[in-house]
Design a protein. Structure first.
Length: 183
């Protein structure tokens, strides 16, 4: 499966929805450690060294005042890797006292991962729908069904039966569908 790319629009949505619930600034960083969503809009685009630690070590990173002074673009808080299908796609950071944020951090991370997964699945469904439409249009336009189309038609037999209008193309597709299903 292709790697997932965390985009700024979804990152900012995660930030906005999370900050409505908890009283802490939230940052979402991409897989390169850049802040792509934040409750503090001035920080968007900055490199976050705490996120780089979470990415490179593939673990939750707590940052206290002492550590924050030695890292660039970092404030005290907690940084948690965001994972989809076991792959780290970014980091979510909560600003504040790490010991007080720990209880929320895991829940916030899990919720953000669910939002990412939902967005990925919706994208895949939309892509599948576009491919089905393209297949049907190609079948309608085609003079004959070529052998190269047969494996593709086997993937979408319901689409062919229900999507094509009545007429010559529909009959041709129905005959192909019957041939594929008789095997």
């Amino acid at each position: 499966m292709a790697t997932y790319h965390l985009d700024a629009k979804l990152a900012q949505e995660i930030v906005a929805r999370t900050m409505q619930i908890i009283d802490s600034n939230i940052n979402v960083m991409d897989a390169r450690g850049r802040i792509i969503g934040s409750g503090d809009e001035e920080r968007v685009g900055e490199l976050h060294e705490g996120a780089l630690l979470a990415l490179s070590q593939a673990r939750v990173v707590d940052i206290d005042d002492g550590v924050a002074r030695h890292l660039h673009g970092v404030r005290p808080g907690i940084n948690l890797p965001l994972k989809i299908d076991g792959n780290i796609v970014g980091v979510i950071g909560l600003t504040g006292n790490p010991s007080q944020l720990r209880q929320y951090g895991e829940l916030v991370c899990m919720t953000a991962e669910m939002m990412l997964e939902q967005a990925r699945l919706l994208h895949m469904l939309a892509q599948d729908s576009r491919l089905r439409e393209e297949l049907v249009l190609n079948l309608i336009r085609a003079e004959e069904v070529t052998p190269a189309l047969i494996p593709i038609l086997a993937l979408y037999p319901t689409c062919i039966r229900t999507s094509l209008p009545k007429g010559r193309s529909s009959a041709r597709a129905s005959m192909t569908w019957m041939r594929l299903n008789s095997r």
